[in-house]
Design a protein around this ligand. Sequence first.
Ligand SMILES: [Zn+2]
Length: 53
Amino acid sequence: MNSLHLIELFLVVAGVAYLMMLAGVAKNALEPKRVRRTCPSCGRLTDDCRCRR
Ligand SMILES: [Zn+2]
């Protein structure tokens, strides 16, 4: 009985950790697309460009 509850708890914790990991991976996958845009004026990446700053 007791070990069954431990397995349930482990599955829940593992599931939550897995979802959090997926969310982190998705966020990291979306970040570069948003940040790495090229400047329309000079054609450089917006990180290197200083036209707008
Ligand atoms: Zn620029």
